[in-house]
Design a protein around this ligand. Structure first.
Ligand SMILES: [Zn+2]
Length: 427
């Protein structure tokens, strides 16, 4: 049985845009399929032939339960706005960087302090901040908006209280100005004062450039036709041309599983999605997140993607683990996934159909399985013993097994070339 305590949602004293801006329920915001289909997983055992795994299931995060209280409305801060954000304890964040705008984030607030912070966030504008990892030279983070939540008794303590499980979505980037703590009643909360960062479009840059001509342009092609600058120069900054070049590189790497599920949306959203699908390093991901313009991000990706070898290796000992051609999209959004474990630790993952140089060290279990119907086992590096992720198996499903690497434990194999990517990162 799931216990749900109703939180007073009218206690907000924070200035924000909410209700009616985008009043849709959590299922619509997550683009997921109906929950009823989850029951089909239990039926596959009765079939003789393996049944195709339903790729809509992982995005539902059914291991967190089904009875979510949806939060209507959407919080959007203005560009350059200075805001105070509550900061949950980030010791459980195993992601390589703060979540990227548009990324769905499952959340588990299980310690007494964490659940109190989550309750405060839900009662407020249901938005919190994720900061860069402690000690990072980068000062950029992202806002995460809680879309739905429910409470469950915590089953690991002598004290009885309700932990909070939630689904959130990363929304906007910000620059961290300062962090501090403040006591409110019996609790001490962490906060950050942040400045919301803009997403600069090239058309606004172009408009600024030609403002002396008293013209307003909405498309790069218009500026291109008016300018005496050679067109190939404009092509270097055309987001559509840059994206096509990146897709060609991904295709060369045989990343068909990635390209097959590329979303049909704004190029800004596609760019963030693509960053998640590829095993970029934490530093490079932070570098991309720090950029204010999608063209700058695309050019940076293009500058390194040509240096990829096929696949990923152990970050600790450099042993080869998997190749790009074995990338496997187990969800509707591609090989990448974001999941939370029973301890509240969030993992960014990539799935592959094959792997080498790994050992499984635990017995199969279906408890809290991120891929409904599959058993999982902990997977470590054969060479150095570092934890790499999880192997999932079920002989009654197709695929009958796959390998789920946590992005924080693997890195890209990059060939050495003379030109440094840093040279391309600045426009
Ligand atoms: Zn290793």
């Amino acid at each position: 049985m799931i216990l749900v305590r109703v939180l007073n949602m009218s206690d907000s004293d924070t200035d924000y845009l909410s209700a009616d801006e985008e009043s849709v329920n959590i299922d619509e915001q997550l683009d997921i399929i109906p929950v009823e289909i989850a029951s089909e997983v239990g039926e596959v055992i009765a079939h003789n032939e393996p049944v195709e795994f339903q790729r809509g299931l992982p995005d539902q995060h059914t291991y967190l339960g089904h009875e979510f209280n949806s939060i209507p409305g959407r919080v959007i801060f203005a560009d350059d706005e200075i805001v105070e954000l509550c900061i949950p304890d980030q010791s459980g964040m195993e992601t390589v960087a703060p979540p990227l705008p548009g990324q769905t984030v499952p959340l588990g607030f299980f310690t007494w302090r964490a659940r109190n912070t989550a309750a405060k966030i839900i009662q407020g504008n249901h938005t919190f901040g994720v900061l860069p990892r402690e000690g990072s030279k980068y000062k950029v983070g992202t806002t995460v908006e809680i879309l739905g939540w429910h409470e469950e008794p915590v089953d690991r303590s002598h004290i009885n209280y309700l932990g909070i499980k939630a689904i959130g979505k990363a929304r906007q980037r910000f620059e961290v100005l300062k962090t501090y703590s403040r006591r409110e009643g019996d609790n001490v909360y962490q906060f950050a004062e942040v400045k919301i960062l803009p997403e600069v479009s090239l058309s606004s840059v172009a408009n600024s450039y030609i403002s002396g001509h008293n013209l307003r342009l909405s498309k790069l092609s218009q500026l291109k036709s008016l300018s005496s600058v050679p067109s190939f120069i404009f092509d270097l900054y055309d987001p559509n041309i840059l994206m096509e070049k990146i897709k060609l590189h991904v295709k060369t790497l045989d990343g068909t599983a990635i390209l097959a599920v590329m979303p049909n949306s704004e190029i800004l959203d596609i760019c963030y999605w693509l960053i998640l699908q590829l095993p970029f390093s934490e530093e490079f991901t932070m570098e991309l997140l720090s950029m204010n313009c999608v063209v700058q991000r695309l050019r940076a990706i293009l500058s390194v993607i040509g240096k990829f070898e096929q696949g990923v290796c152990c970050k600790e000992c450099n042993s080869s683990l998997a190749v790009t051609s074995d990338s496997l999209a187990l969800s509707l959004h591609g090989p990448h996934g974001t999941f939370v474990n029973p301890g509240g630790y969030i993992h960014d993952t990539l799935t592959y159909s094959n792997a080498s140089g790994i050992d499984v060290i635990t017995s199969p279990t279906m408890e809290f399985s991120w891929f409904p119907g599959y058993n999982w086992q902990i997977m470590i590096c054969h060479s150095c013993g570092e934890h790499l992720g999880w192997k999932f198996t079920n002989k009654d499903l197709n695929p009958d097994n796959f390998f789920c690497f946590t992005k924080s434990s693997v890195s890209l194999r990059i060939t050495k070339k003379e030109d440094s990517p840093e040279n391309f990162w600045v426009m």
